[in-house]
Design a binder for this molecule. Structure first.
Ligand code: PLP
Length: 401
């Protein structure tokens, strides 16, 4: 029965991770996987997460009963409020729905399924370059067509606003456009408020549907409200939209699969219908979402003292990332490595698109055992005081060869 099965689409991150694990070189550096590491190169359980887990474990009212199909309403309310703001008019008007999902990926996935199955959308636009997983997600949801809009001028290391505007103005009306709210993966470069205003006006004119993805709230500027301001701006402009939210990075809950899909509509009376279709999609995919991670997030977001502690944990991560970015730039400048390295510090979030050609990236990996994605995306959150010299020297040697 199964003998005719061809291999699936390979996942670059897993393939490189396997190569990294099998590499016997002592000073090898893994900058592939998008996960935060401490100065010692270790994963970090946020102290506020550890503390909340202990509180929950000792609470006799913590049961392992399954939740509603749409997840815990305490969690989705907290997640939607973090996204749209405490005083969001859309929330007050009851024009929003929050669905608890299996990470940000799960939110993108059930959102795309809804758009295809319930709204008959067929064409998806992604930024060029984009996070590769989007392609599989939209394909699995049944979208017939996906295209790219220009986003990045690799030579000048900034957003190609002319190309982006031209592509969005020519996009098929009613298409879905994936927009990352902050800390764009992989470029680390976000549009300015003026550029977002232009994007919004083009999308309105061309009747394009905004599907936001916010996987790094807090890790772009350190300010939760600021990092969500683009989504809020689109809501204020009267857009109906979806937003996939991930708590993997800003809570360090990678394996617990905590995410939320927020839907904003312009009419409150359609919300029960949207909810009932979403229930069908959740039922068909996994029935009910998991409990553990969402309990932690909900507990932290709703208690001011824990919320403060969480914000300071996010700042700790962000400050370490910023220090590593400037450490790498300083070293390259001290080595007089040809080229400009300003983009290392001007880009934000966990990633830096280093700006080397694919052949150089291969050289960096094969000769110096420094692993990055083929497009040059490096996880700067995995740089440490002990690997910075090696990474900088390796980039220097790669550029000279
Ligand atoms: N969106 C972007 C841009 C991401 O980089 C990621 C994770 O790497 C996600 C969504 C999905 O996050 P999660 O791990 O919560 O599924």
């Amino acid at each position: 029965v199964f003998s005719s099965i061809e291999p699936g689409i390979p996942n670059e991150i897993f393939a490189l991770h396997e190569e990294f694990c099998n590499d016997p070189y002592k000073k090898k550096v893994d900058l592939v996987k998008g996960a935060y590491r401490t100065d010692e190169g270790k994963p970090w359980v946020l102290p506020v997460v550890r503390k909340t887990e202990i509180i929950l474990a000792n609470d006799e009212n913590t049961f392992h009963e399954s939740e509603h199909f749409l997840g815990s309403s305490e969690f989705t309310y907290a997640a939607t409020s973090l996204l749209l703001g405490e005083n969001s008019v859309a929330i007050q008007d009851k024009r929003t729905l929050g669905v608890q999902t299996l990470g940000g990926t799960g939110a993108l996935s059930i959102g795309a399924q809804f758009l295809k199955k319930c709204l008959g959308r067929s064409h998806f636009y992604l930024s060029d370059p984009h996070w590769k997983a989007y392609e599989i997600i939209i394909m699995q949801a049944g979208f017939e067509k996906s295209s790219c809009y220009r986003y990045w001028n690799a030579e000048k290391q900034y957003i190609d606003m002319d190309g982006l505007s031209e592509d969005l103005s020519k996009a098929e009306p009613n298409s879905v456009v994936l927009l990352q709210a902050c800390a764009h993966n992989p470029t680390g470069c976000d549009p300015t408020p003026e550029q977002w205003a232009k994007i919004a006006s083009l999308m309105k004119k061309n009747r394009l549907f905004p599907f936001f993805d916010i996987a790094y709230q807090g890790l772009a500027s350190g300010d939760m409200d600021k990092d969500a301001e683009t989504v809020r701006y689109f809501v204020d402009q009267g857009f109906e939209l979806m937003c996939a939210q991930s708590f993997s990075k800003n809570f360090g809950l990678y394996g617990e699969r905590v995410g939320s899909l927020t839907i904003v509509s312009n009419c409150a009376h359609t919300m029960p219908h949207i909810a009932s279709k979403m229930i069908n999609i959740a039922e068909g995919n996994y029935l009910v979402p998991p409990l553990h991670g969402s309990r932690i997030v909900a507990s932290v977001l709703k208690k001011p003292a824990l919320f403060q502690e969480w914000q300071s944990c996010v700042k700790t991560m962000l400050n370490r990332i910023i220090a590593m970015r400037s450490g790498l730039k300083k070293r390259l400048e001290a080595l007089k490595t040809p080229g400009s390295w300003d983009h290392i510090t001007s880009q934000r979030g966990m990633f830096c698109l280093i700006g080397l050609a694919p052949a150089q990236i291969e050289y960096l990996r094969k000769k110096h055992h420094v692993y990055t994605l083929e497009n040059g995306r490096m996880n700067v959150a995995a740089l440490t005081p002990s690997n910075l010299d090696h990474v900088a020297w390796s980039i220097h040697d790669t550029v000279l060869n």
